[in-house]
Design a protein around this ligand. Structure first.
Ligand code: NA7
Length: 535
């Protein structure tokens, strides 16, 4: 291998975003593309999240690529919400179908990227010490990928098994008859708790904040539904991309308080039976995430359902949220029911905080829990975490870490001023939506910009600071009018100690985002600067 390898594009990551980016840029645009993946296989989050119970809680008709009609037809999903193994098999199928593996270096992360202003190219150093240069850098590193390991004193002293849900061993972890402690009750925690409660000898759930949870109403996939979608595939894809959430269901235009209390109850009951957290939040009424009264009506209903499910009054009290419903909505069949089982104990760590991990287990202020296995379901340094793990330097020697010290931000969620020809798929201030179809949309947009640069003989493109600031202001105006900024969660950075607590998203919906950002492309990229080719 030469000392430095020159390519047109370097793509980082091979999850949903990186796989499609490699395919689009290499096979669609005919560019010389090199991809890097730190795991041993493709899949991104679905490579790592192999914990028991891991599955998508987005319905599968929207949790797949929608740009390739033949692929949609040929791949047969089995369940309404696909399990991790099935999603990973799908992504492997895509990698094979598009013959991508020859362009990917596995087991190889990217440690460092530097923009060389003299050559107008990115210089990339991998975790194996190999060096590449590329005109374009495309980062599909994952919105929810950089793991959040809480800094509990004594973590290394625990003598049993300890795992983070998002870095689960590739071999099976059997907890039959064992004493298990799970810290965290988000999407990952509720899934792993529900699954492990079936076999664990004793299961202790360490809960910091109680969560609202809607049934998933999981089951086999209705083949008629997929056939119906296929019969008007383009119309379906348009409907997904023109909706607010891109979850593939019909969203409600009706404000919750515009109907009678009886009608609200009827709609909530219907949504409850249909299942799915996002569907409940966005398809029952239009304003649950925005209007405190609508939100309260929804949470009153959810609390009533919770009270009908959990038998022990003390446990019920601990499980009942007091916040608004404005974390990322959860859905899970049987989660609350597990707390009726004799082998499951709920520990409220706000009331009885975790002091340390010991040789034997977890010590809280009031007790010590002896455990064989500890599961950290403590989530992610979301949105910006993975970008900041790479040592990235743009113009004038300014690093991404410096640029984002106050708050991570990117123009249209994809580009950063001072970082020419560097593209982020689902970077900060991108749309708050279901991801796979939106990844495709962004990659298509990125491919169009790259083509524009090359066809016009430019060397590079980057947003101006003015357009970047304006985008940030617009995003903030929308986000601070929602309730998602009022409750602690990864959505606003408040789940990670020391991280800027701020807005990380465009919350105006995918439809509006597509019109706005698609419009920028159609108008010849106002707000972007194109540098001429260097000789
Ligand atoms: P989440 O949704 O961020 O959940 C993490 C959970 O871990 C949540 O219940 C946290 O409580 C809890 N947590 C985090 N740190 C601690 C400490 N130090 N002590 C106790 N409890 C803690 O992550 P997930 O992996 O479940 O899901 C993330 C997304 O991935 C999900 O929304 C989907 O989009 C896919 P908190 O609520 O912060 O009090």
């Amino acid at each position: 291998m030469p000392e430095v390898v020159d390519v047109d594009v370097v793509v980082i990551g091979t999850g949903f975003a990186g796989i499609y980016a490699l395919h689009k840029l290499r096979d669609g645009l005919g560019l010389n593309v090199q991809s890097f993946e730190e795991a041993q296989g493709v899949g991104g989050t679905w490579f790592w999240n192999t914990y028991p119970g891991a599955r998508s809680d987005t319905e599968v008709n929207a949790y797949c690529y929608l740009s390739d009609k033949e692929l949609f037809k040929e791949w047969k999903w089995s369940e309404r919400y696909p399990r991790q193994k099935e999603i990973l098999a799908y992504l492997n199928h895509c990698a094979d179908r598009w013959d991508l593996r020859r362009s990917i270096q596995f087991d190889t992360g990217v440690d460092k990227t530097i923009f060389n202003e003299g050559t107008g190219r990115w210089e990339i150093t991998t975790s194996k010490g190999n060096r590449f240069t590329a005109q374009f850098l495309v980062e599909g590193v994952g919105l929810l990928s950089s793991t959040n390991y809480p800094d509990f004193p004594g973590t290394n002293s625990f003598k049993g098994e300890i795992y983070h849900t998002a870095r689960w061993p590739q071999s099976e972890v059997d907890v039959s008859g064992k004493r298990v402690g799970v810290i965290g009750t988000g999407s990952s925690g509720t899934q792993v708790i529900t699954e492990m409660a079936k076999t664990a000898g004793e299961l202790y759930v360490f809960q910091r904040t109680p969560q609202y949870c809607v049934p998933a109403n999981h089951g086999p996939l209705d083949p008629d539904k997929m056939s119906l979608i296929f019969s008007d595939f383009d119309g379906y894809r348009d409907s997904v991309l023109s909706s607010v959430t891109s979850f593939g269901f019909e969203e409600s235009p009706v404000p919750a308080m515009s109907v009678s209390a009886e009608e609200r109850e009827r709609v909530f009951e219907d949504s409850w039976n249909k299942g799915n957290g996002f569907r409940f939040m966005f398809a029952s009424f239009s304003d649950i995430g925005v209007d405190p009264d609508a939100n309260k009506a929804a949470t009153d209903f959810l609390k009533k359902k919770l009270a009908e499910t959990v038998k022990d009054p003390e446990t019920l009290k601990k499980l009942t949220p007091t916040d608004l419903w404005a974390k990322r909505p959860l859905c899970n069949d049987g989660y609350f029911e597990t707390f009726n089982q004799d082998n499951v104990t709920l520990v409220d760590v706000k009331e009885d905080p975790i002091i340390e991990l010991t040789e034997k287990g977890i010590r809280t202020e009031n007790s010590e829990y002896e455990l064989d296995v500890i599961v950290l379901a403590t989530g992610f340094d979301a949105v910006s975490g993975m970008y900041l793990k790479i040592d990235q330097t743009g113009r004038g020697g300014v690093t991404l870490q410096q640029k984002w010290a106050d708050r991570p931000h990117a123009t249209y969620g994809m580009m950063a001023a001072g970082f020419p020809n560097m593209f982020m798929i689902y970077g900060p201030m991108g749309p708050f939506t279901n991801q796979p179809p939106v990844h495709e949309w962004q990659v298509d947009w990125i491919a169009d910009v790259i083509q524009h640069v090359r066809e016009n003989g430019y060397q590079s493109v980057e947003p101006t600071k003015v357009v970047e600031e304006k985008w940030m202001e617009d995003c903030d105006e929308i986000a601070y009018a929602t309730l998602f900024m009022k409750v602690n969660s990864w959505i606003n950075g408040s789940n990670v100690v020391g991280k800027p607590v701020t807005n990380y998203f465009y919350m105006g919906g995918m439809g509006a985002y597509g019109e706005l950002v698609g419009g920028v492309r159609n108008e010849g990229y106002p707000g972007f600067e194109f540098d001429p080719a260097l000789n």
